[in-house]
Ligand binder design. Structure first.
Ligand SMILES: NC(=O)c1ccc[n+]([C@@H]2O[C@H](COP(=O)([O-])OP(=O)(O)OC[C@H]3O[C@@H](n4cnc5c(N)ncnc54)[C@H](OP(=O)(O)O)[C@@H]3O)[C@@H](O)[C@H]2O)c1
Length: 325
């Protein structure tokens, strides 16, 4: 019987259990998939801890994977057994050797993109696609600030923004991360555990501030990030690696220069099938052309997912991580 990682109660990494699961035949609009690589994402830790409630317990976990179609439901016309596919989508349950997925939530993989690359980039890469191309359209010549620039989202964002002609300022947690961020297009890494990033951003922009901040760190960086923005700048708060941003007085946005604020999620930006396909094609294109290089920096056996969570939460990982069934 295939196995999957599941959890019966929320909590620390130890709640993740390796269990046999019944997969069954696909319903009319589903495919059954043999998974070859699974993506690790920070959101998985939010589901595990209960920060983002899951529909019910016990629950599967994980939103990203790649593999081979084994069977298709009777209404599925555009996929067949043997096709290589990938996804970054609900329902939870990608930490599995085999699973069912709604056919409308997966995309076929081009020959040039391996299963492991796909599992390393689908969720983080589609996120960067909407952040840079749709939440706000990045213009050549702009200077941006991205937090956790050496993270999974961070390394993709630095490269893609550089490719679009931006200057990238990025915060990082260590000298090693600074060097890797720099190799991936971050022009000005800032060691935010020892340096005041607001002062550095003001210095680097001649006092002007940046037009946009991409902040997946949350609680620790949200307020100071507002001080990095130019008047009418956009604060994109898209994650909470350090904890959720507490409620705050909206008047702060007016006092700091009529700022804009958004709290986006990939779910909204890929809800329509045509948006999912267009975003995936955009991502495949920049990767295919070598403008964005996807490196798998950490690999764990799927059954050791708890250790992967410990390392991610301890800020030990750099770039993308995959779990191998
Ligand atoms: N809204 C969306 O659509 C969307 C989609 C994808 C991801 N996200 C969010 O984007 C963020 C990055 O996701 P990711 O999967 O690529 O993770 P990641 O960036 O690879 O890992 C998180 C990084 O955050 C930094 N960090 C700062 N304070 C931290 C703390 N107290 N605890 C742990 N880490 C801390 C660490 O980098 P340093 O050591 O360099 O500080 C750490 O490596 C997450 O918040 C995630 O939820 C949002």
């Amino acid at each position: 019987m295939p196995h999957a990682i599941r959890f019966h109660e929320t909590g620390g990494p130890d709640v993740l259990r390796w269990e046999p699961v019944e997969v069954g035949a696909p319903a009319a609009d589903q495919i059954r998939l043999r998974q070859t690589a699974v993506g690790l994402n920070y959101i998985d830790t939010y589901h595990r801890t209960g920060l983002y409630p899951v529909p019910k317990l016990p629950s599967g976990i994980g939103l990203e994977g790649a593999g081979v179609v084994e069977a298709v439901g009777e209404d599925v016309k555009d996929l067949k057994p043997g096709d290589r596919i990938a996804y970054a989508s609900a329902p939870l349950g990608s930490y599995a050797e085999s699973r069912l997925m709604p056919a409308g939530r997966v995309v076929k993989l081009p020959d040039g993109i391996s299963d492991q690359t796909a599992a390393a980039m689908m969720l983080q890469g589609l996120t960067v696609q909407y952040l840079l191309r749709r939440t706000r359209r990045l213009q050549a010549g702009e200077t941006i600030l991205v937090h956790a620039a050496a993270g999974g989202v961070g390394l993709i964002l630095c490269q893609w923004a550089k490719h679009l002609g931006a200057t990238v300022i990025g915060t990082v947690g260590s000298e090693e991360k600074a060097a890797i961020a720099r190799e991936h297009g971050c022009d000005h890494p800032i060691l935010y555990r020892s340096e005041n990033f607001v002062d550095r951003v003001r210095d680097l922009t001649g006092g002007a501030g940046v037009p946009v901040v991409y902040d997946g760190v949350g609680k620790d960086t949200f307020m100071p990030s507002l001080d990095c923005l130019a008047p009418l700048g956009l604060m994109v708060s898209f994650g909470n690696a350090s904890g959720s941003v507490p409620p705050f007085d909206l008047g702060i946005l007016s006092a700091k220069g009529s700022l804009f604020l958004t709290r986006p999620t990939l779910v909204t930006y890929t809800a329509k099938r045509e948006d999912l396909v267009a975003s995936a094609n955009d991502l495949f294109d920049v990767v295919d052309r070598g403008a964005v290089k996807i490196t798998v920096n950490q690999t764990y056996p799927l059954r050791d997912a708890a250790q992967a969570h410990r390392d991610l939460e301890a800020r030990k990982t750099i770039g993308s991580t995959i779990l191998l069934p």
